[in-house]
Design a protein around this ligand. Structure first.
Ligand SMILES: [Zn+2]
Length: 362
């Protein structure tokens, strides 16, 4: 294994302290007004590096162990879509440099190179397989040259595409974390077996960490995680859900529907995904509970994907028994003027709270 940090990452999987992964940069940068929904290309890396650096730092303060270079959807196919293939290499290199700048301030974090679904994989089509291999190889070449400790491959819906990612990652001698995106069917697109069986195949193929990410919120990802833990060593399983309240009837964030959605005409086909999902955002407590339960299962790579904010990450860290830099500002509602019962609150405040409750205002 190439570097000391890469070895430290693998050792960490054998510890009692799970690696915490903060992700979801695409959605958060869009929400903050630095990235356009639709094409979803991370030009923010070059156009607003300070804004991206700030989000990295916020996640670090909240307790992430993974500093994920923002190259999600920063691959050749996506840049071609917007006519900006010339930005491909600068974008990929700069994303790692920005992540590394923040890790200088938070040296315990691991810098992660990021690859993802290419959207061109076609099972059994040799030309498309070669194209996917080329996309992964060029991105990882730039990431490795800039200096990463680990590779995170996200949101893969095909077993075949996952195997290519494993093979390419092996050429770089870096640990690989790979997350499958499990759509409504509950299966991968090119494999009849279960997701847990696919995870076993990819683990045997050489992935260091294998599991699920994106698409599903904590509630509908958890049953999959329990199943995967039964077929792969738990400490080599990853799980980083979207921070949206999915249900058995609406198991993915793309399937979420709200019959009372205000202004449905403002989103395509009245479907909340991806820009009208706000009413479905998980509370910090739901994400924290997911972290607590997965840790209990022995999972050692846990986090959040689309929709995740720093408050979710902090809650996950704390649910796993950690204090973070941002924990200084974690809630202490005992000091709230109307809701609290802290000894320093004046008696009339407490009486006021009682009156408000009695009046039905709280
Ligand atoms: Zn996601």
């Amino acid at each position: 294994m190439s570097g000391e940090k890469s070895r430290a990452f693998l050792d960490r999987l054998d510890s009692d302290d799970p690696v915490l992964h903060a992700g979801g940069y695409l959605f958060e940068m869009e929400r903050r007004g630095y990235l356009q929904a639709g094409a979803y290309v991370p030009e923010v890396v070059l156009e607003h590096p300070d804004a991206l650096e700030e989000l990295h730092a916020e996640f670090a303060r909240a307790g992430t162990d993974i500093m994920l270079a923002f190259t999600y959807y920063g691959h050749r196919e996506k840049l071609r879509l917007v006519g900006k293939e010339d930005l491909l290499e600068p974008l990929n290199r700069e994303a790692v440099r920005i992540a590394r700048r923040v890790v200088k301030r938070y040296p315990d974090c691991f810098v992660a190179g990021n690859i993802c679904n290419t959207n061109v994989f076609d099972p059994g089509n040799a030309k498309s397989e070669a194209e996917v291999r080329g996309i992964f190889t060029e991105q990882l070449t730039w990431a490795a040259e800039e200096g990463v400790d680990v590779i995170v491959c996200e949101t893969i819906a095909y077993l075949g595409e996952a195997k290519i990612a494993v093979e390419v990652a092996q050429d770089f001698d870096l640990p690989l974390v790979l997350g499958f995106a499990v759509h409504r069917s509950g299966k991968l697109r090119d494999f009849d077996g279960s997701v847990a069986e696919a995870c076993k195949i990819v683990r045997d193929h050489g992935a260091d960490v294998i599991g699920v990410n994106c698409h599903r919120g904590p509630a509908t990802m958890m049953p999959l995680v329990e199943e995967i833990v039964g077929s792969v060593e738990a400490n080599h399983v990853c799980a980083f859900p979207v921070a949206y309240r999915t249900t058995p009837e609406q198991p993915t964030f793309g399937a979420l529907r709200d019959p009372d959605m205000p202004y449905p005409e403002q989103v395509p086909n009245g479907i909340p995904f991806p820009v009208g999902l706000d009413p479905f955002v998980c509370t910090r407590f739901e994400m924290g509970e997911f972290a607590r339960r997965t840790k209990e299962l022995g999972v050692r790579y846990v986090g959040g994907c689309c929709g995740t904010g720093p408050h979710h990450v902090r809650a996950m860290a704390e649910a796993m028994g950690r204090q973070t830099e941002a924990s200084k500002y974690s809630p202490d509602m005992s000091k709230h003027y109307a809701l609290g019962d802290h000894a320093s609150l004046k008696q009339h405040n407490r009486e006021y709270a009682g009156k408000m409750t009695a009046a039905g205002q709280l």
